[in-house]
Every structure is written in structure tokens, then in C-alpha cells.
Design a protein around this ligand. Sequence first.
Ligand code: NDP
Length: 248
Amino acid sequence: MTEALDLNGQIALVTGASRGIGYFLAKELAAAGAHVVAVARTTGGLEELDDDIKSAGGQATLVPLDLTDMAGIDRLGGAIYERWGKLDVLVANAGILGVISPLGHVEAKVFERVMAINVTSTWRLIRAVDPLLRAAEAGRAVVLSSGAAHSARAFWGPYAASKAAVEALVRSWAHETENLPLRINAANPGATRTAMRAQAMPGEDPNTLPHPFEVAAKIARLASRSVTETGAIFDVPQNKFLHYQMPQ
Ligand code: NDP
């Protein structure tokens, strides 16, 4: 993954593109030549992204969508099919932290929302775009995970469970498609200077953390056709893939 990222003629869908890591991932993919389909709820953030991408000569289509709207995700898949007949790159980045709290104090609606946005919408997106990625020459998918999926951290239960579930989806999907040209991986960005991190760690000095631009530049490489790994996690802080044991 050392040569310049070239996504000319490719279509890339990025969720959570209105701010944070997703915003810079969308910019990075557009700068590499992809037409970016940018999804989030906040139209202001999407419009800012659109201005950024277009002023650099890139192309974007904005999709204001709440990812808890599962039928909306299905419609998005249909619209991409109608317009392009394929999807080259999926970046399932949108996510929420929920609450940092002892499990016994987590409200049911908060737990359910974390699962709906982080897990169910990711599965629904996978279901909607799987045929579109198969229709591309070399489909690539990147799903944002977290170190919390693996570490035993008090009070992070709902978020950690959701990210462990997302990695399980990545493993299954990668195994289902391993004999195809598709490559499906998770990415752990590590602690990054975003609104989510500030919510999780309000006492932390954000200036001690990497800017989402730096992190996104590394994760965007997973969209390259030169990626051979599938079903792995790209760990940004370690700058390497961590591999799962695939069953024989
Ligand atoms: P931010 O909170 O900065 O951004 C989250 C993005 O997700 C926003 O664009 C938001 O858009 C979108 N989003 C949230 N809820 C919905 C929804 N219901 N429908 C559509 N879009 C939604 O988060 P980060 O950039 O920090 O995180 C990006 C990813 O990286 C997440 O999956 C996170 O778990 C992961 N991560 C982040 C780390 C960090 O330190 N920042 C560390 C480890 C993992 P909008 O509100 O406009 O809908």
C-alpha cells in the first residue's frame, strides 16, 4: 500500500461523513478520484464537505439519512444501483458512543440505539450493497471498529459490545466473499481528535490526539485495489493489519 491511491472512475459510499473521521475519509477518497456518496443526518456538515470536495475538483453526492431508517438504507442501495450499477468502496464509519456508564445503569433506549446505529444499520448497509460491491471490478469495504471491541474496559459495555459485533460481521462477510475479488476489513482508528472522543474523555486535552485527517489518510488506503487482506483489522496506531484465525 505504498503507491498513490487511485480511485478514478470509482464510486465510494461513506457513512458518518458530516464530521470527524468520516468527513476526512470522504475528502481523501474524493481526492483520489472517487465519486463520493456521503451519508449523515447533519446537512450543514455534508454541505461543508461538498464545498471542500468540489473546490478541490472532486465529485460528491450528498445523502441526508438517519441510519436508524433501515428502509432508507435499502432505498440508498437501490439508488446507487440505478445510477451506477455498482459500488467500488463502502466505508461504514458512522457510529455513536452511547453512554459511559456501569451496565446496570444503562437505559434500555440508549443500549438499543447504540446497537441500532452501530450494528443493525451496518448489517443493513452490508445487505444493501453486497450485490453492488460484487458488481464492481474489485469491491472494497472498510468498517470502523474500535480497540474497545477487544479491551476489557469498565463502563464501555454497550459500545464495546457493538464494536465486537461489527467485527464479527466483517469476519463473516469476508469469509463469504474470500474467493471473490472483494476485500472486506475492519479499521481501528485509535484515539482520534473528534466529537465522539471528547464525549468519551471530557478531561483529555484533544491536542494530544491525532487529527482525524491523519487517521483518515491511513484508513483510506484500505480502499486500494492493492489490498490483499480480507477479514482483518487494520490497526491505525500500530499501522498494521491484525489477522483473525480463519477456520479451515
Ligand atoms: P463523530 O461523533 O465525530 O462522527 C460520527 C459520525 O457518525 C457523524 O458524521 C454522524 O453524523 C454520524 N452518525 C451518527 N449517528 C448517525 C445516524 N443515526 N445516522 C447517520 N449518521 C450518523 O465520530 P468519530 O469520527 O470519532 O468516529 C467515527 C468512527 O470511528 C465511529 O464508528 C467510531 O466508533 C470509530 N472510532 C472512533 C474513535 C475516536 O477516538 N474518535 C476511536 C475508535 C473508533 P450526523 O450526526 O450528522 O448524523
